[in-house]
Design a protein around this ligand. Sequence first.
Ligand SMILES: *C/C=C(C)/C=C/C=C(C)/C=C/C1=C(C)CCCC1(C)C
Length: 270
Amino acid sequence: MLLNHFFSKTVASLISGLALCFVATHASAASSATLRPDDFVGISFWLISMALVASTVFFFLERDRVSAKWKTSLTVSGLVTLVAAVHYFYMREVWVTTGSTPTVFRYIDWLITVPLLMIEFYLILSAITKVPVGIFWRLMIGTLVMLIGGYLGEAAYMPVLPAFIIGMAGWAFILYEIFMGQASKINAQSAPPSVQSAFNTMRLIVTFGWAIYPIGYFFGYFTGSSPANSVNALNIIYNLADVLNKIAFGLIIWTVAVNESESMAKKQAQ
Ligand SMILES: *C/C=C(C)/C=C/C=C(C)/C=C/C1=C(C)CCCC1(C)C
């Protein structure tokens, strides 16, 4: 038990240490580019990179506070912010040096982080009951359709409107699964109140938080008062959306993990 505890502490510190080193080398490599004080999109790239780094360390260290079955959820939250932090360094570099939209890096980031966020739904339900694997696959298929649709439009492989419609269909499929499909039924039938409330909040984030991305796409490609305005709007809207959907999403999971672990410990002490 003691050894186990020591081991998990060491691993957590090691992981966050490594994450930090990695992040530090990249941050200094990228520091050659100069950030102009009036470049608010560039400033948002910088701010969010740092917030993502801090969140990563936080989620990894907080694994120690929660019981075993919640640890994976926190690990996944930390991986989401770690992967995003590294992409933000590259995106920031592209933006600050060229002033253009870092579409490829953005979508590589989404391709990794969005499935990880979807897995969180599966994990928090699995922490309390047995969950059919079909839920996992349906959430993955929805994610792929949504992101491939978006990429085809943004990278100009397809006209932006039909690509947008394909992306919206993928997102609708995800919303169906978590509001009316099997995932939502399992939550309603088997989850304790704290998990249900986390599930509900996560679901609202996938509805309203995720809605910010198609809004960004809309302002980036459909309004077009001037190309410069569109590019600024697209990037700042996507960036703000990431704060909510990666950091706040992780914090919700952290809250339920801590609450559930503490109430379990209390029950056992009685
Ligand atoms: C951490 C990154 C996240 C949570 C990214 C989420 C991205 C979306 C929800 C994107 C949605 C889109 C549509 C619903 C329509 C087509 C255009 C997209 C890809 C921007």
